[in-house]
Design a protein around this ligand. Structure first.
Ligand SMILES: Cc1cc2nc3c(=O)[nH]c(=O)nc-3n(C[C@H](O)[C@H](O)[C@H](O)COP(=O)(O)O)c2cc1C
Ligand code: SF4
Length: 435
């Protein structure tokens, strides 16, 4: 069946709803016709990397690294033609924004991947996604192939359902068929120089690529219309609150409380707010209400926005039990190849469980902080550092609960249902192990 695509240029959205522009609450329509009607054909500027530099776009997979700097590093890495990878692994259980983009706007991601491929003269382009998203991506790639949209064929590779499968060197290892999706002992620079198949490799989060697709259409000046001079544009947030996980697009530099749409009363009642997911950090509700959507201010508050996870901890939940379960989950997700993951995270999980579920006179805070200090900065990747930040900040924000557990032992709330999605992930892991 042939289909005529609208190739007219479209008007750029002027408000802060960009990636989510045209995406409503109904059933997703990820087809090429809808995509073209919404965004029109891409006619990229001649010097896309310069445009990206002018836009100030940074990566949205958690590290906030400037996109143009990375592309330049790959472009100048050597004479072998590079590989470009769209990272849709989204291993963080509390994040759903990449899943939403892949299910509702796969062509925006694929446009971004193809733009990266063209700008860098790549010979291979790969979309790396969990099995659940493969059918929608396969359908999108087939449509593009039928319309001869892309200069190089797009391959699709399955990301393992683990927390670290999306870490950059784990992606490269998985795609190279080496040792599965576990991080390797190589720095970021060397992936850019020698990644998949020994070629210079660009790994870019799927949201980042979707922003690239819009900057290529509407330009850096348009991108900077919202946000601040330092942090232009928007970012997707996954809000784990009373209404379940919701995805929203937030203008950088705006009030975080307003951007999340969380009711101030719900925030005031909460015991704490987790920012940046399980490798992120806890802040008090009062601190959260003062924050802007900015990695800098989140860092100043001891946390990170990371890939945009926000999770509210309601009053009827034991924060220490939540933390203990997450730390145990994260311990099981380490690749088991460095000391901090093999020993340190296991010790941390044991200590957190004794504090949360044990009797009075559980481990002292000093002991927990000591273990955090022992794992930080010692792994081949930043997995242990994230867990240490999660624990450190939690012990501080929930200091009253810690003191109460140390005086009286485990509380009744520690057996309430969990709000942070760990049980599912653990159950999923058990099923995989059984199969
Ligand atoms: C433990 C760990 C897990 C990560 N998981 C993901 C992930 O699931 N998806 C992702 O895009 N980036 C993930 N990252 C970040 C990647 O290493 C990398 O920085 C990112 O994919 C680069 O794309 P960006 O610059 O567009 O953000 C992870 C990093 C760490 C340390
Ligand atoms: S620090 Fe942990 S997750 Fe990272 S490479 Fe080492 S064992 Fe793997």
């Amino acid at each position: 069946m042939s289909l005529t695509l609208s190739k007219d240029a479209k008007t750029a959205p002027q408000a802060g709803r960009r990636l989510l522009h045209g995406i409503g609450g109904g059933a997703p329509d990820p087809g090429l016709r809808t995509h073209m009607e919404r965004w029109g054909e891409v006619r990229p500027p001649r010097h896309l990397i310069d445009e990206l530099e002018a836009s100030g776009l940074v990566g949205h997979g958690g590290a906030w690294f400037p996109v143009a700097t990375k592309w330049k590093a790959v472009a100048s890495a050597g004479r072998r033609r590079p590989v470009v990878v769209a990272n849709g692994a989204e291993g963080e259980p509390a994040s759903k924004k990449d899943a939403l983009l892949l299910s509702h706007a796969p062509h925006l991601v694929l446009d971004g991947l193809m733009l990266a491929g063209s700008a860098l003269g790549a010979q291979q382009a790969i979309v790396y996604v969990p099995a659940t998203h493969m059918p929608v991506v396969e359908a999108a790639v087939a449509e593009r192939r039928a319309h001869h949209l892309d200069r190089i064929p797009i391959e699709i590779a399955e990301a393992a359902d683990t927390f670290i499968s999306g870490q950059e060197s784990a992606v490269v290892n998985a795609l190279g068929g080496r040792r599965g999706a576990i991080p390797g002992f190589v720095g970021l620079t060397s992936i850019r120089e020698r990644g998949v198949g020994g070629r210079p490799t660009l790994v870019q989060n799927v949201e980042t690529l979707a922003h690239v697709a819009l900057i290529a259409r509407f330009g850096a000046t348009w991108f900077r219309h919202v946000g601040t001079a330092d942090t232009p544009g928007t970012m997707l947030l996954t809000i784990n609150g009373p209404d379940g996980p919701l995805i929203t697009e937030a203008v950088l530099g705006s009030s975080l409380l307003t951007a999340t749409g969380l009711r101030p009363e719900a925030v005031a009642r909460a015991q704490g707010v987790l920012l940046g997911g399980y490798g992120g950090g806890w802040v008090t509700p009062a601190a959260f209400s003062e924050l802007t959507v900015s990695e800098k201010t989140a860092r100043r508050a001891g946390a990170t926005l990371g890939a945009g996870v926000v999770a509210l901890l309601p009053p009827d939940i034991c924060p220490l039990a939540e933390m203990a379960d997450v730390v145990r989950y994260m311990e099981g997700q380490g690749a088991g190849q460095c000391g901090p993951c093999v020993h340190g995270l296991a010790d941390l999980a044991d200590a957190m469980e004794r504090l949360a579920y044990g009797g009075a006179s559980g481990p002292r805070v000093e002991r927990l902080l000591e273990i955090c200090g022992l794992v930080e900065g010692r792994g081949a990747c930043r997995h242990p550092d994230g867990v240490a930040r999660f624990v450190r900040t939690g012990l501080h924000v929930f200091s009253d609960e810690v003191a109460s557990h140390q005086r009286r032992g485990s509380c009744a709330k520690s057996h309430a249902a969990r709000v942070l999605p760990v049980a599912n992930a653990t159950a999923r892991r058990r099923l995989v192990a059984k199969a």
